[in-house]
Design a protein around this ligand. Structure first.
Ligand code: GDD
Ligand code: MG
Length: 361
C-alpha cells in the first residue's frame, strides 16, 4: 500500500510509559522495544505510519529514552524523519503531546499510543477528521470488556458525547483505540510543564468547552499489547498474518524462526511462535503461541504455551509453562510447572521438579 504523501501531517508516538504490567521484561527494555515477530514492536507501527504517507515522526520518550534513538537513529532506514523528545519526569499522555508542539511542521497531528497493534486505515481516519472539520478525531473500536480502556460514547452522527477512562461500569462497549488526529491548535492548547492525562483531563475539558470531537469506528484488527497475554497473542497474530504489518509482508506462517537457531527435527513450533536469534529447542519440545527472546534454550520435552521467555533464559527438560513470563537469564529446572500469570524475575533459578506455581491476574 502506498498512500499519497502527507507533508501537512506530523505523527507523534507516545512511548514514555514504564510498561509496569509487562515486568520483568520491561526492566531491560521499554515496552515498544520488546521484540514481536522478530523486530521491536514499534517497527510495525512506524511502518504503518510511513505507509500512510506521513514521514515526520516525533517520539515522546521518558522511560529508557536512549534505547529508542540507539535503535532507530534518524529513522532513515524506515524512510522516516524521526525526532525524539525526552521528558525528564513523565508528563503523562496529554503532557507528552503538548510537549512536542514546538516540533510540529504541519496543521494536523496524528497521535499514537505506542503499544497498540491495529489495522486501522490511517488515511480513512484522516479523511474522517477533515470531512468533519473536527478539533479531534478518535479511532474507536468495540471490545468485549471495556473496563480497562477509555469508554467513548458517540451520538448517531458520530460525535463524541463523553470520555470515561477505565470506568468500572461502562456505558458502551465502544472504546478509545489509542490513535487520534488533533488540529495543531488543540496540541498547542495543552498546558506545558506539568503532567496532564489526555484521557482524564484534555478530552473531558474539550468536550466541556463544546469542541468538536468525532469518532472513527471500525472493526479491523485491534489489540493493546500492555499485558503479557496480549503481548504473546499480538506477536503470534503478527507471525500468522492475522494482524497486519508492512514489515512482515509475505513472511507469515505458524512460526517464525530467526537466524542461528538449533531446532530439533521433532520439536513442534506452532500457533505463531517466534524463536529469537540463536535459540535452542530440544527434542520433542512443543512451543505454541509464544515468544522466545534471543538466546533462549528450551530443553527436550518442555512444553510452552502462550508465554514469553526472556533473553538467554533456560527452560529445563519436561517443564510445562502456560501463560507465563520468564525474565532474562532465568533458569527453570526440569519438570517445573508454571501456570496462569506466573512471572519469574531475571536470573532467578527454580530447582528441578516439585515447583508448581500459578498466579491470578
Ligand atoms: N511520553 C510519554 N509520557 N508517554 C506515556 C506516558 C508519559 O508520561 N505515560 C504513558 N505513555 C504512553 C505509553 O508508553 C503508551 O504507549 C501510551 O502512552 C498509553 O499508555 P498505557 O499505559 O499503555 O495506557 P492504557 O493502555 O492503560 O490506556 C490507554 O490506551 C487505551 C488503548 O490501548 C488509554 O489511552 C485508554 O483510553 C485507551 O483505551
Ligand atoms: Mg496500553
Amino acid at each position: 500500500m502506498s498512500a499519497q504523501r502527507r507533508d501537512d501531517v506530523d505523527a507523534v508516538v507516545l512511548v514514555g510509559g514504564k510498561g509496569t504490567r509487562l515486568r520483568p521484561l520491561t526492566l531491560s527494555a521499554p515496552k515498544p522495544m520488546l521484540p514481536t515477530a522478530g523486530v521491536p514492536f514499534l517497527t510495525h507501527l512506524l511502518s504503518r505510519i510511513k505507509a500512510a504517507g506521513v514521514d515526520h515522526v516525533i517520539l515522546g520518550t521518558s522511560y529508557q529514552a536512549e534505547v529508542f534513538s540507539e535503535y532507530f537513529g534518524d529513522g532513515a532506514s524506515l524512510g522516516l524523519d524521526l525526532e525524539y523528545v525526552i521528558e525528564t519526569e513523565p508528563l503523562g499522555t496529554g503532557g507528552a503531546i503538548g510537549n512536542v508542539a514546538h516540533l510540529l511542521r504541519g496543521s494536523t497531528a496524528m497521535i499514537f499510543n505506542g503499544d497498540v497493534l491495529s489495522g486501522c486505515d490511517l488515511s480513512a481516519l484522516l479523511a474522517r477528521h477533515e470531512r468533519a472539520q473536527a478539533d479531534v478525531t478518535l479511532h474507536l473500536t468495540k471490545v468485549s470488556d471495556p473496563r480497562a480502556f477509555g469508554c467513548v460514547p458517540t451520538d448517531p452522527d458520530g460525535r463524541v458525547t463523553g470520555f470515561l477512562e477505565k470506568d468500572p461500569d461502562p456505558v458502551t462497549d465502544q472504546i478509545n483505540a489509542g490513535t487520534y488526529v488533533f488540529t495543531r491548535e488543540v496540541v498547542e492548547s495543552i498546558p506545558v510543564g506539568r503532567p496532564v492525562s489526555v484521557e482524564r483531563e484534555t478530552f473531558p475539558q474539550l468536550l466541556e468547552s463544546g469542541a468538536m470531537l468525532v469518532g472513527y469506528v471500525d472493526s479491523t484488527y485491534w489489540r493493546d499489547l500492555g499485558k503479557p497475554s496480549d503481548f504473546a497473542a499480538g506477536s503470534a497474530d503478527l507471525v500468522r498474518g492475522l494482524a497486519p504489518s508492512a514489515v512482515l509482508a509475505g513472511r507469515t506462517g505458524e512460526a517464525l524462526v530467526l537466524e542461528g537457531c538449533a531446532i530439533a527435527p521433532d520439536a513442534t513450533l506452532t500457533g505463531g511462535t517466534t524463536v529469537g536469534r540463536g535459540c535452542t529447542v530440544g527434542s520433542g519440545a512443543v512451543v505454541i503461541g509464544s515468544v522466545l527472546f534471543d538466546g533462549a534454550v528450551v530443553a527436550a520435552g518442555a512444553r510452552i504455551t502462550d508465554s514469553i521467555v526472556g533473553t538467554d533464559a533456560r527452560i529445563g527438560e519436561g517443564s510445562v509453562l502456560c501463560d507465563v513470563v520468564i525474565g532474562d537469564r532465568a533458569r527453570i529446572g526440569r519438570n517445573v510447572e508454571l501456570l496462569a500469570g506466573a512471572r519469574v524475575w531475571p536470573e532467578v533459578e527454580l530447582p528441578d521438579g516439585g515447583v508448581r506455581f500459578s498466579a491470578d491476574r
